[in-house]
Design a protein around this ligand. Structure first.
Ligand code: SF4
Length: 113
């Protein structure tokens, strides 16, 4: 499987395959590329950003997951963000949703409001 490593701006083109139980990564210029290739093959994850409603305001609060979540959970994470309404005040880094969609990952505010 060909993929671009997105762990840094260099963007190495990786060739990731399986040899039995072993994941083989080629094309990486550093160990982070190997980690990225393995993770993309076995359990791909993504950071998720979004907006949540703020009670009494038209302007929404920008949020993100505190760490990457499994790609298969992204729809459920976005749905949970869509269902949420927060009360102000909120500071950057405040937890807005704990263990969003059962992932064990919190959604946090990315702005002060
Ligand atoms: S393999 Fe290393 S150098 Fe290449 S894009 Fe990934 S992190 Fe950057």
């Amino acid at each position: 499987m060909k993929m671009i490593c997105i762990s840094c701006p260099r963007g190495c083109e990786l060739d990731v395959s399986k040899n039995g139980d072993e994941v083989v990564v080629a094309g990486n210029a550093c160990p982070r590329g190997k980690d990225y290739g393995e993770s993309e093959l076995i359990n791909p994850t993504r950071m998720v950003t979004g907006l949540v409603r703020v009670a009494g305001m038209r302007k929404p609060l920008p949020v993100k997951t505190a760490s990457p979540v499994p790609k298969g959970s992204i729809d459920a994470v976005l749905f949970a963000m869509h269902q949420m309404t927060v009360q102000l005040p909120v500071k950057t880094g405040d937890v807005i949703i704990e263990s969003v969609a059962g992932t064990g990952v919190n959604v946090v505010a990315t702005a002060n409001m």
